[in-house]
Unconditional design. Structure first.
Length: 321
């Protein structure tokens, strides 16, 4: 029997045995399976040949399993249970009864992405959303490595072919503590910031690169006081009066609302970027992930933080800096 049982065993043979065990006769088992009696008998004979042992025996009370038959029947039960589990899992993956979506978001987006996920989950309560927050390069690398279904970011990696769904505008400006001496001034020029100390994100971050582009266009080298890899720490440092910061308006919405931070009225600001939902073109999205991508493209903008009232006449796009 070595090897043949595993190689030649079929699900029809196992189900024939299970039907005989349940119904007590080949005739009743045939009706149960919607097969002819000879067909069921053939399946049993083939199964016994593979096992090398009799699996059923006739008695005055019908057909009963032998010890070998009970051992094979235990296998049938395990296989049927595994098939049910597999079917349920496939239904979940396909989105018929649930599923899972893997999303990555750059750290600046963590201030609104949870609200988008909450709104999506209300519509699709059976779909699990896995969220990864990281810096710009972390999310780009995860997208390159097929670890994510969707990434929420400003600029996707240039070496990956992607589909982009626009979420909305992403304004950047300079903020200071409420008591800063420039707060009351309007119509500031970039040169008025010459002696200000800037609290900035680390080199290579999207915000830092955008700040550098802005000041390069103005021929001003900002004075860098501290570099930090956390927007939260930058905000606290500015509130404490350690300097000013060029920062995403979506990270400071709460502090602007309660008056702990104020946007400086500087010519050329805010610099506008765009938020995108991005997916690799060569990664096929299953229905749950496709539903999330469609939701982001159609409804994502509704969950972006409301920007402060800024002079739109002086704002410029990131492509102009």
């Amino acid at each position: 029997m070595t090897g043949h049982f595993r190689r030649d065993l079929t699900l029809r043979q196992l189900r024939a045995l299970a039907a005989v065990q349940e119904m007590g006769s080949v005739t009743a088992a045939a009706k149960r399976l919607n097969l002819t009696q000879p067909a069921v008998t053939l399946q049993l004979r083939n199964l016994e040949a593979l096992a090398g042992l009799p699996l059923v025996q006739r008695t005055g009370e019908g057909m009963h399993l032998t010890d070998a038959g009970r051992e094979v029947m235990a296998l049938v039960e395990r296989i049927e249970a595994a098939l049910v589990d597999c079917e349920q899992t496939l239904d979940m993956i396909a989105g018929r009864s649930g599923g899972r979506v893997s999303i990555g978001a750059v750290s600046t987006a963590k201030y609104f992405v949870p609200f988008i996920i909450a709104a999506f989950s209300k519509r699709h309560p059976k779909i699990d959303v896995i969220l990864k927050i990281g810096n710009r390069e972390d999310i780009r690398q995860a997208l390159r490595g097929y670890d994510l279904d969707i990434a929420i970011m400003g600029q996707p990696p240039p070496d990956v072919a992607v589909e982009k769904r626009q979420l909305g505008e992403h304004p950047h400006a300079i903020v200071a503590a409420a008591g800063h001496w420039l707060v009351k001034d309007s119509g500031l020029a970039v040169v008025d910031l010459t002696y200000e100390t800037f609290i900035t994100r680390e080199r290579g971050s999207g915000t830092r690169m955008l700040m550098e582009q802005f000041f390069q266009a103005s021929d001003l080298q900002p004075k860098i006081g501290m570099e930090m890899d956390s927007n939260e720490t930058i905000k606290q440092a500015v509130i404490a009066g350690l300097g000013v910061a060029f920062i995403s308006m979506h990270t400071v919405a709460s502090e602007l609302q309660d008056g702990r931070l104020v946007v400086l009225d500087v010519a050329g600001l805010p610099v506008m970027r765009q938020w995108y939902a991005v997916r690799r073109l060569d990664k096929e999205l299953l229905p749950p992930a496709q539903a999330m991508l469609d939701f982001l493209g159609e409804e994502g903008f509704r969950h972006l933080p409301a920007p402060p009232v800024l002079d739109a006449r002086r704002s410029i796009s990131a492509s102009e800096t």
